[in-house]
Each structure stands twice: as structure tokens, then as C-alpha cells.
Design a protein around this ligand. Structure first.
Ligand SMILES: Cc1ncc(COP(=O)(O)O)c(C=O)c1O
Length: 408
């Protein structure tokens, strides 16, 4: 019998957050073990709920949700998104500039598929949410990773980004606030990156799905506020700020110089038409969700996310083995392990040992497209007590590694 293989495009693609480690965690759970999972940013799994008004509005509109809607989404939702974006970043866009998708994930795939020819290059952050790199490869492109280093608080250097531009570069991707690092980019960095995108006529793609999740004095600024002279695409949705990832509602806003991009925008509309439309019931929630401010209660002192982040920062500070810039936004921390103390540390082996021996699931750093093997990502979604417990177990494992290295 001839084996049925996968296409080369897919063989080269990775999404380790839901990979073999997560499958092993499921097996251990089925065997009766309790696993603390910090590998995935799924608020609903940790007891977070969408605002009640969001539930209610979907129920009210269920009867109007049975037909396919327009390929770009329902007008009520698109108008609310355009109004939100204009207020948030001083753009002047309207509902025609908006596409709604089954989560930002679907729109990322469509945005890159519609743009790239074989060998076209896209600048993507490292570390970064792996779907962006995967989507470039699935679209026949080449992902060129620009570094966001721990020692620079995971903020990229615009000059370094510019040095990576070639005649094949078509787009630059920003993830701000960043997954996995939690970095929130300062406005001067955004302004410089915007200028580079304009100078080289790159499409600026800004993933701002965590826009309102910022801590302490951090302030999120939208890239679209800085761009007039090239095409800008802002991605956001209901999954994180509004704690409703299961509704699968994301959006893409076009701003900046749209006149010369009509063929590209038409290509995205064609792809949107081929999949008919995005899930309709969840779209009715958008106007209500965008008026809701309840995320503030979670990110301010006393709020669950704030307190979990504090517990995490205290644990890193107390650990002799761990370091990493404090996340100023989003739902994660990207943590480094000191290789002076543990020179043979390997993030993937650590992920496996932590799961098997300590029943904690984290995401190894290499899954976020970095070359180093001494990082891992955790989410801030568990409550503060669970975070404290997790770091006791992490330190115990690292202590075991150190003892084994000494006796070797
Ligand atoms: C940076 C980033 N972009 C996009 C997504 C996917 O979002 P959605 O649920 O809207 O598909 C995620 C999910 O974790 C993410 O972290």
C-alpha cells in the first residue's frame, strides 16, 4: 500500500503549543493525573467569562444568524469595529475597510495567502506567535525573523529590522502587545518602524489582539496611528480582551494608503468569499463587546491577571535559575533559564520532564521561532496560588538538574 504523505508545505510548519507535549498532558489526565496547564492562552479554560451582555446579545440574535452573511461580515459589527479603531488610533476608516473572520487566525492565513508569491519575504518577530511564521510558509513565502532580545526587554531594534529588508520583502509583522514576550512597544519604536514600512513600501501588519491587556503604567499604541503612506492592516478580535475565543470572531482593519492596494484587498475578499462567511452568531456580540470595559478589573491591582503576574514576577525574582523581562502586556511571560548555571539546559527536554515529573505543562521557547534553547513560555491565566505552586515545581526540577550536573 502506498503511504499517504503530507505536502512539503505542511511538513515544514510547526505549532508546538498544541503539539506532542499537549497530547502527552491529555494522556496523563486520562490516567488520572492532575496537570497544571500553562501552555495556552485560552481564558475560558481558567474560569474567565465573556461579559454577560455579550452572551445576551448573541441569544437575542440567534434567529437572525441562520443564513450566510456577507463575506466581509455583518454591517453592524463592521461599523462598530471601524468606530472603535478610529477612536483608538485616529484613523479614518469605515465598515468597508473591515473584514471579519473566524478568529484572527483565519485572517492571518488569508492576508498572507493573498499577498505572497513564491520566495517573497516577510519580516516576522522572534520570538513571536508561531502562526505568523507558519502562515508565511503556507503561502509560499520566506519568514525572515527579526530578533526581540530579552536584554532589550524584547523590544525590536528598528535599524536591525531595516537591515533585513531585501527586494523580496513585502511585509512586516508586528505583534504588540507581544505573544509570547508580553512586550508593549514604545511609541518611538512604532514611529520608526512605521517610517521604515513607508520608505520601503512594505505592508504593515499589526497583530493587536491583546491591545487592552496592559499592566502598571504601560500604554498600548496602535501602529495604524503612525502610518499614512503605506498599507496598514490591524488584526484584533474577541478572543482575549473579551474572553470569548470559542466564538471565533476576529477582524482585520485596513488603513493608511489603500488606493494602490485595491487588487490585494480584492484578493482577500475573494478568499473570504470562497469560505462564504465567518461564523455569524458571534458577530452580533461585537458592538456590545467593544463598549465593555470589564478587562480593566482584571488587569488593575487586585484583579486576577494583575495578581497572577505579580506572583510570577516574585517567583522569577526569587529563583536562582530564572530571568526575563516583566511582561507589560498580553497573557504570557517568556522566561529564560540561566545557562551559566545550567549549561546543558534544553527547553524541549525541560518541557517533557516538567510534565512527566511535576505535572506542569509549559510551552518550550523554540516553538516561538528562536534559536536559543533556554526559554519557555507560561500564561498568566491560572490564579496566583497556582502560579506560585508551578514555580515551586519548576525550581525543584531545575535544582534536580543542577544537582545531577554537579554529580556527573
Ligand atoms: C498574537 C496572537 N494572534 C492571534 C491569535 C489567534 O487569535 P484568534 O483566537 O482570534 O484566532 C492568538 C492566539 O493566541 C495570538 O496570541
Amino acid at each position: 500500500m502506498t503511504a499517504i504523505g503530507a505536502s512539503q508545505a505542511v511538513v515544514d510548519v510547526h505549532y508546538s503549543i498544541r503539539g506532542p507535549l499537549a497530547n502527552r498532558a491529555l494522556e496523563l489526565e486520562q490516567e488520572g493525573h492532575e496537570i497544571i496547564k500553562l501552555n495556552i492562552g485560552n481564558p475560558g479554560l481558567f474560569g474567565f467569562t465573556a461579559p454577560a451582555a455579550v452572551h445576551d446579545i448573541i441569544k437575542q440574535h440567534l434567529g437572525e444568524s441562520e443564513a450566510y452573511c456577507h463575506q466581509k461580515g455583518i454591517t453592524e459589527a463592521r461599523a462598530a469595529i471601524a468606530a472603535y479603531q478610529n477612536k483608538y488610533s485616529c484613523t479614518e476608516i469605515d465598515e468597508d475597510d473591515i473584514f471579519i473572520g473566524n478568529g484572527v487566525s483565519e485572517l492571518i492565513l488569508m492576508a498572507l495567502r493573498a499577498l505572497l508569491n513564491v520566495g517573497d519575504e516577510v519580516l516576522v518577530p522572534s520570538p513571536g506567535y508561531p502562526l505568523w511564521t507558519a502562515a508565511v510558509y503556507l503561502s509560499d513565502g520566506e519568514a525572515i525573523h527579526y530578533p526581540c532580545r530579552a536584554e532589550n526587554d524584547y523590544i525590536p531594534d528598528p535599524k536591525e529590522i531595516e537591515s533585513l529588508i531585501t527586494e523580496r520583502t513585502r511585509a512586516i509583522v508586528l505583534i504588540n502587545p507581544n505573544n509570547p514576550s508580553g512586550a508593549v512597544y514604545p511609541d518611538d519604536t512604532l514611529a520608526e518602524i512605521a517610517k521604515i514600512a513607508e520608505k520601503h513600501q512594505l505592508v504593515a501588519m499589526s497583530d493587536e489582539i491583546y491591545d487592552q491587556i496592559v499592566y502598571d503604567d504601560a500604554k498600548h499604541c496602535a501602529l495604524s496611528g503612525y502610518i499614512t503612506d503605506t498599507l496598514c492592516m490591524t488584526f484584533s478580535g474577541l478572543s482575549k480582551v473579551h474572553r470569548a475565543c470559542g466564538y471565533r470572531v476576529g477582524w482585520l482593519c485596513f488603513s493608511g494608503k489603500r488606493e494602490q492596494a485595491q487588487d490585494y484587498i480584492d484578493a482577500i475578499e475573494l478568499l473570504a468569499s470562497l469560505r462564504l462567511c465567518s461564523n455569524v452568531p458571534g458577530q452580533w456580540a461585537v458592538p456590545t463587546a467593544l463598549e465593555d470595559n470589564s478587562i480593566q478589573e482584571l488587569i488593575n491591582p487586585g484583579g486576577r491577571l494583575y495578581e497572577s503576574r505579580r506572583a510570577l514576577l516574585e517567583a522569577i525574582e526569587a529563583s536562582p535559575y530564572l530571568y526575563g523581562a516583566a511582561p507589560n502586556g498580553a497573557l504570557y511571560a517568556f522566561i529564560g533559564v540561566d545557562t551559566d548555571l545550567l549549561p546543558d539546559f534544553d527547553d524541549e527536554q525541560f518541557g517533557l520532564d516538567l510534565l512527566e515529573k511535576k505535572h506542569v505543562l509549559v510551552a518550550p521557547g523554540q516553538g516561538f521561532n528562536i534559536a536559543e534553547k533556554n526559554f519557555f513560555r507560561v500564561t498568566l491565566l491560572p490564579n496566583a496560588d497556582d502560579i506560585r505552586e508551578v514555580f515551586i515545581r519548576i525550581d525543584a526540577l531545575l535544582q534536580e538538574y543542577a544537582a545531577a550536573a554537579q554529580s556527573a
